[in-house]
Design a protein around this ligand. Structure first.
Ligand SMILES: C[S@@+](CC[C@H](N)C(=O)[O-])C[C@H]1O[C@@H](n2cnc3c(N)ncnc32)[C@H](O)[C@@H]1O
Length: 352
């Protein structure tokens, strides 16, 4: 595959996705918005389903969501084919150092059962999976374009706004760090802190480590480990965080992860997760229930149904705060007219 053809095809898919975001989504939402606000506010998932699911606009919307993503990864000019052909170059470059593994490490079954995001083989099963994931993630939030990177910096600012963490010598853990996109801004801002970054995917960890080396980030240790079994000692962590991890785990796994976080946090320590949870109305819930299936993210839907405040209180966390997160300055989460993820920060403290 010529690189030029690959780039053109990927650009085509991205511009199609932008039309989907800006024109198709609002067209489907229009059917909900024409109803009176007092009717809309009483609607449930099933009501929205009956209202829109048989309309041509919704069918086209849903079809495009599934198949544009499929083309991005598996089509004739897809990311998988492109990196597979260049396997030797990337494979060698990406396999120099041995990856540190967590205690009794093994990949969970849930993780291997699904090709997450429709990436063939998931983001773990071949040496170039991290590179594919990195390239694919550049267009996950099409409206943000190149500002997608800023989302992680904005979140790191929120995470570290308590200056204690920025200026003091803290221990921070980034759970499910992927190829290091969420870790990098934390490491850049909290220069005096030590950051532990872990993920299940070996190719992602290798890429994350290489990027950190390139960027001279010496305050991060990467390891291949399960966020539910971190190997950290009890009460040794000041701040625990994750970005887009919770929705990729089954309900039981999320509860295990939150309990593990409680165990490793110091008394008074904080956890802040960025994920998808608060939605403005039943229409968006319907759209993201569908996204969960169309994008091969089966656990997203079960996260939506979880009673997080109760679960966190049962584990022992206090001062739980769940809020919408503005992924860019110009976005109003309550009134955004185009498709966007329901970004949500989920914050909590371990009692002193
Ligand atoms: C959507 S990605 C987000 C990556 C990164 N935090 C970011 O913001 O770019 C979710 C990551 O969670 C990892 N993951 C899923 N289950 C995990 C688990 N039990 N323990 C550690 N990592 C996990 C996946 O391998 C993937 O890299």
């Amino acid at each position: 595959m010529l690189e030029r053809d690959f780039i053109n095809a990927q650009d085509f898919i991205l511009s199609f996705k932008l039309k989907w975001t800006r024109f198709l989504y609002p067209k489907v939402r229009e059917k909900f918005l024409v109803l009176k606000p007092n009717i809309r506010s009483k609607m449930h998932l099933d009501d929205v389903d009956s209202l829109v699911s048989n309309t041509p606009d919704y069918k086209i919307f849903a079809w495009c969501e599934r198949h544009l993503q499929k083309m991005k990864y598996s089509g004739g000019y897809g990311l998988h084919g492109f990196y597979k052909e260049r396997h030797d170059v990337f494979g060698e470059k990406n396999s120099e150092e041995k990856t540190e593994k967590g205690k009794k490490f093994c990949l969970p079954e849930y993780y291997q059962a699904v090709d997450i995001h429709q990436q063939p083989g998931g983001i773990w099963s071949n040496p170039f999976a991290g590179l594919i994931y990195e390239r694919g993630a550049r267009t996950t939030t099409p409206m943000l374009g190149n500002n997608h990177k800023d989302l992680h910096y904005r979140f790191a600012e929120t995470l570290l706004k308590d200056l204690k963490h920025q200026n003091s010598v803290a221990t921070i853990i980034d759970l499910g760090c992927g190829f290091g996109k969420s870790t990098r801004p934390i490491a850049e801002y909290a220069t005096k802190s030590s950051i532990i970054a872990l993920d299940l995917s070996e190719p992602c960890i290798k890429l994350a480590r290489e990027e950190a080396k390139k960027n001279k980030l010496n305050n991060v240790t990467f390891s291949q480990a399960d966020a539910r079994i971190t190997s950290c000692k009890d009460e040794t962590i000041d701040l625990a965080t994750s970005t887009m991890l919770l929705h990729e785990m089954p309900e039981s796994g999320i509860i295990e992860l939150l309990s593990e976080t409680f165990r490793i946090l110091k008394p008074g320590g904080r956890a802040l997760h960025l994920d998808f949870w608060l939605m403005r109305d039943a229409f968006d819930r319907f759209i993201f229930e569908g996204h969960s299936w169309r994008n091969n993210e089966p656990f997203m839907s079960s996260l939506f149904a979880m009673d997080l405040p109760k679960i966190l209180a049962d584990i022992g966390f206090v001062n739980v705060e769940i809020s919408s997160f503005k992924e860019a300055e110009h976005i109003d989460p309550e009134n955004h007219p185009y498709w966007r993820f329901p970004w949500t920060t989920i914050g909590m403290y371990k009692p002193k």
